[in-house]
Design a protein around this ligand. Sequence first.
Ligand code: F0G
Length: 362
Amino acid sequence: RLNWGGLRGRGVWRYRELLPEPGNTVTMGEGATPLIRLRGHGNAYVKFEGANPTGSFKDRGMTVGVSLALSIGVKGVIVASTGNTAASAAAYAARAGLECLVVLPKGGVAKGKLGQAMLHGAKIAEVPGTFDNALEYVLEAVLSDGRVNNVNYYPLNSINPWRLEGQKTIAYEIVEEIGVPDYVFVPVGNGGNIYAIWKGFRELVDFGVIDRVPKMIGVQASGAAPMVRYWRGLGEARIDNPRTVASAIRIGRPINWFRAYRAVKYSGGEFIEVSDDEILMAQRMLGREGIGVEPASAASLAGYLKALGEGMVDAGDKVVLIATGHALKDPDTLLMNSNVNMVSVSSLDELRSLIVAQEPGI
Ligand code: F0G
């Protein structure tokens, strides 16, 4: 029986009673991320997953998934990725002494993430097309009849249930800190994370810790919004040429579409879309509050602002925005979107004039 009040430690493994227990634990202090109250926008908090060891929520899943991979004695792990999964898998595999093969859409991965995969010693394969093609390659390579057939390289994409178990701890941390929110906004790519978070809340309802789940709002970029399409009854949850500045969620065929659908449907939530301009604006707004997120993560705030504007949520509603990844992940977009002119200074007087006359760069 769960002793919710008697939990010890911090981060993902604080909730070990609610997680699978592999024989080895490969951990780097993931989880226990800050929940930061937003200034000036209703009653909203940002769950800053950029504070994880490799800078995204993926670490919560990898600590569980890679622990399991190590325990079952595989040679390495394999993932298809838009970048963050690759960075996280590479780091945790390195920590565990396992090999890591990452399969990436050529030209579709932000530089920080690519650099991390390289730094941590992953083998990197690029495939033509989008993430969807990369994932298809990986699944073809490791599965037959829907079962893992390759015992050398353990697949750690978000179809892997152990990864999602780790990610559900986002919900536990939120509840411990502020109770049940009214809404949780989550950027959706493959749909694994929104499902994992919902599952975390639901378990706490089952355990009698809380009495309801928050409404889960899945936010997609309008050029890559297969879940919105399906939600509105416009066809299957797939589109052919996903396009968005938010490369992390540039996904046309979400593998966890049904899980994501269930999370949103049974929580009474909604799938919504936001434009790239809205995403970039939200990234700048968070930046000016000291919170540095990558574009995909800014989709949560963009979605919240839209929902406020349309009256879908009230300013008084308690809302959590999941900020999935760190700003440094995508330095190109960061520089493009920052909009600040640098001034050259070649004398002390010029520097003094800046101190007197500096305008905030907005
Ligand atoms: N935000 C960020 C920063 C991500 O990297 C991802 C997914 C998501 C949101 C969406 O989460 O797929 O569970 O719905 N990134 C994967 C990757 C696809 O390969 O790093 P999801």
